[in-house]
Design a protein around this ligand. Sequence first.
Ligand code: PGA
Length: 254
Amino acid sequence: MKRKIHIVGNWKMNQTLASIKTFFTEFNETCAKYNNCNMWIAPQFIHIPYLQELARTRNLVKVGGQNCSHVNSGAFTGDVSAASLKDMGADFVIIGHSERRAFFQEKDEILNTKTINALNAGLKVIFCVGETLEEREADKTKAIIKGQIDKGLAKIPSNKIKDVIVAYEPVWAIGTGKNATPEQAQEVHKFIRGHINSTLKWNSDELIILYGGSVKPSNIDELLDCQDIDGALVGGASLVAADYDKLCASGNRK
Ligand code: PGA
């Protein structure tokens, strides 16, 4: 039995009030049909309440953050805490996206603290891992991912393991239009599931592992057909209601 498919839209620093309104005017028409697929969207923090208000089907569409602080309160100008996200009604948070790692120098240790803090605040965490093109070409993909998992997912309280989702996002595939082939993605997903089982000693049969990197309506089916791919973390194609709709329709069929 395949695990339930999750289609997660990562809107990054995009959308306006007007475009969010248009998105839900279109998407609300159809999404109630997709009760076999978990539909999640992470807008900019400031748009979370508006998105919740517009998603008439908000019982079906879960809303989350793209990042959070490593602490819950205090003198951290500009930061947003996991506790505040939870307070606003967010269900999940994305941690360790490669753009956070590259542009904000977020290292494994801080990502581990953020993850534990977010889980303790009651959020689900989508923890991102992935290799750069140079690392893949140097045959270091598995070693890089192993390091990111071992450090980033260390010391997770055992009662919170069920709230962790892993997203494999090869950095070279993000926003480039160049996705990993289903074979390349499946190989890494299988490795992640096995490694988490043997090293962290989690029962990873139930672990949701998302693929991310140039997922679009034309390639999602072949990715979701893979045994260890349980959904997608989608940037560009999640911004347009018609495309996000098609992705969720595919997720619903699997
Ligand atoms: P993309 O982004 O779908 O635009 O490649 C994916 C991501 O960054 O999560």
